[in-house]
Ligand binder design. Sequence first.
Ligand code: DX5
Ligand code: ZN
Length: 246
Amino acid sequence: MHEHSIAPSILAADLARLGAEVAEVAPVVPSIHVDVMDGHYVPNLSLGHPVLASLRRATDRWLDCHLMITDPATYAPQLVTLGADSVTFHPEVEDDPANLVDRLHEQGAQVGVAIKPAHPLSMVTELLPAVDLLLVMSVEPGFGGQAFLEDTMGKVAEAAAWRSTHRQRFRIQVDGGIAPDTITAAARAGAEVFVAGSSVFGATDRQAAVRTLLERAAMAARGAGTDTGPATTGPASTRPASTGGA
Ligand code: DX5
Ligand code: ZN
């Protein structure tokens, strides 16, 4: 399977000292998750182009942009130009999402598609052969610090099985409410990339928080987690490791 990794979400960082915050987690993570919100797709504003450009100068980590905006076709290519390594968008707001995936690939970026808790996997299966990443939201998009919606993990397991059946290689990312007690369900379901905002940047020792999350995910994937329930060793565990970042 793809290697497990944690993608700290800077939404929970102290944005007045963003460079230092990212430098603190950089030694233990391959990627940084950047949530872009426009106040239309979600009822919140976050950050955009200037912050992404500054981050690009501040870190060599993979910049994983998650666009919660209504016009990804306009802004996603611009963010890639500014240094985003991967861009994930919610395809239901885009008339021709397949075309946007192609355009972003032509720019050299990796591309993800995201599904909200209420959306079925079938909404994106047509796009999955073309993308590098599937983001399964485990909270309603828009805010950090929300409670993990465990019932979204069925969709993660479904996606992992679909990936195996169709011999695809996209990574599965879970975003929202990831903490030591919830990452186990996500890892068991077959996810490999875990976005974590509050549980990393809210910790005093951020590197220790990342290590704990990774240990818990590894235990769960091996079936040795402390939670109940069988391990999901199926499709994801037989996949080759990826070199991708996000
Ligand atoms: C929510 C964002 C998440 C958020 C996660 O809309 O997409 O990336 O930052 O934050 P936590 O880990 O605090 O739930
Ligand atoms: Zn996100």
